[in-house]
Design a protein around this ligand. Structure first.
Ligand SMILES: NC(=O)c1ccc[n+]([C@@H]2O[C@H](COP(=O)([O-])OP(=O)(O)OC[C@H]3O[C@@H](n4cnc5c(N)ncnc54)[C@H](OP(=O)(O)O)[C@@H]3O)[C@@H](O)[C@H]2O)c1
Length: 330
């Protein structure tokens, strides 16, 4: 198989470190690899496939000879360096929200809309909560049609990067919060990303817009409430959806169980349902608590968990890259 020169941008961050782990686990065909971050990290050591590398500073000439650049260094870095990497000939997959709503840039969850990659050499990776929700929703949409979606999220502190994890550990130790506005060890916080004038947060609007774009349903009725919870890793999302066709709980369960990368865990009386614990460290989406919504005709309720750093970020990007490599489309 052809091998590729790879650059990891943001290699010292939570997502960047997980890119490295997932590239190794998936045995991505890597010829050479470089690890890029800010000037603060220059010289830090990274081990990849038993070889030691030093982190380099991200610069405009960093992408010479690079075939694949995996970005996880925030929107500002992506905005400036993403097009530079493409110009240098690289396929770029970016984890920030910078390009997600650009209509010329594909926003991809491989199980759902992989073929959109043809649109552009630069690909955006969706928001973590959207990725894990859109997989069961795609299964439901294909089988029964989709009219309306309401999300309530329970998002782990690792979704805020290393600063979020540090704040939970710090406050559990009895120290004052330095990152979140309240003591995350003692409360859920209904604020993720900045507040907008319409009373929603940017995270909530990301889920609305990204759901429509990935499912190719621009008029889908979607709403979201996003909550940060005192869990170290792996998000939970409660999903209420209304389908076009009526569907029994058993039909929904079998459609979900047959869909790629979904694991149905649904036997409440035996305490079998999705948890953050079962999702940690792997790339499946766990779905359970599947039942009829009592407030409308074709309404369904379900709850899903997934590792937000892996399936919600790094693994989703590496899965896109792996599929592209198989098609020789990097
Ligand atoms: N955490 C999640 O669940 C999640 C999920 C989906 C998407 N994302 C997105 O992925 C990105 C990274 O998130 P994270 O959680 O990994 O954050 P993080 O732990 O704070 O890491 C940020 C990374 O970006 C690098 N960086 C920052 N400014 C830079 C600059 N000017 N030039 C070069 N490198 C720079 C940092 O390098 P230094 O160490 O040198 O500062 C570090 O490697 C964000 O856009 C985030 O929204 C995160």
């Amino acid at each position: 198989m052809k091998e590729y020169n790879v650059a990891i941008v943001g290699a010292t961050g939570l997502v960047g470190q997980t890119f490295i782990k997932v590239l190794e686990e998936y045995d991505f065909p890597t010829k050479e690899i470089k690890f890029l971050a800010s000037s603060r990290s220059v010289g830090k050591k990274i081990i990849f496939k038993n070889k030691e590398y030093a982190v380099e500073e991200l610069k405009e000439d960093s992408f010479r000879g690079i075939d694949l650049a995996l970005f996880s260094a925030g929107s500002e870095v992506a905005k400036h360096f993403g097009p530079i990497a493409v110009e240098a000939g690289a396929r770029v997959i970016d984890n920030s929200s910078c390009f997600r709503q650009d209509k010329n840039i594909p926003l991809i969850v491989p199980e759902v809309n992989f073929s959109d990659y043809k649109l552009n050499k630069l690909i955006a990776n969706p928001n973590c909560s959207t990725i894990q929700s859109i997989i069961p929703l795609k299964a439901i949409a294909d089988a029964f049609g989709l009219k309306r979606v309401v999300y309530s999220t329970y998002q782990a502190v690792s979704g805020s990067g290393q600063k979020g994890k540090n704040d939970l550990l710090r406050t559990l130790n009895g120290e004052k919060p330095e990152f979140y506005p309240y003591d995350i060890s003692k409360t859920c916080i209904p604020e993720i990303d900045v507040f907008l004038d319409n009373g929603y947060t940017k995270e909530e609007i990301k889920m609305v817009n990204e759901t429509r774009k990935i499912l190719h349903l621009p008029n889908l009725a979607v709403s979201a409430t996003c909550i940060r919870v005192p869990v170290l890793n792996s998000h939970g999302v409660s999903i209420m959806c209304e389908t076009e066709k009526e569907a029994s709980v058993e039909e929904v369960k079998s459609v979900l169980a047959a869909f790629e990368n979904i694991v149905v865990l649904d036997d409440g009386k035996k305490h079998i349902y999705p948890t953050s614990i079962v999702a940690n460290g792997n790339d499946k989406v766990y779905v359970g608590r599947i039942r009829k919504d009592l407030s409308c005709r074709n309404g369904l309720l379900l709850y899903c968990t997934a590792d937000n750093i892996r399936k919600g970020a790094a693994a989703n990007a590496v899965q896109i890259a792996s599929r592209l490599a198989k098609l020789d489309e990097i």
